[in-house]
Design a protein. Structure first.
Length: 85
């Protein structure tokens, strides 16, 4: 099972595979705040939005929340990344 930092690193390397960025950003909003949330949503492509989101993930707590959100919204991607480890 991946944990926060490992998941964060794999997502950075496979950013193009994450398609459900808005629901993930919605989950992260309480921890990131409205200003950062709006910056994420106003970015162009899903990949741009995911890059912005990852730029704001700076603590272990945020990485753990990202992992939980990815499991919730991109379970098959996480499982695929875990199996490729």
């Amino acid at each position: 099972m991946l944990i926060g930092q490992q998941c964060y690193t794999l997502v950075q390397e496979n950013i193009i595979l994450v398609s459900l960025v808005k629901p993930i950003a919605d989950d992260m909003k309480p921890l990131l705040g409205d200003e950062k949330y709006q910056i994420i949503l106003k970015s162009g492509t899903p990949q741009d939005r995911m890059r912005k989101l990852l730029n704001f993930i700076t603590t272990t707590k945020l990485k753990e929340k990202l992992y939980q959100s990815l499991l919730k919204h991109e379970r098959f991607l996480v499982e695929d990344l875990e199996s490729s480890e």
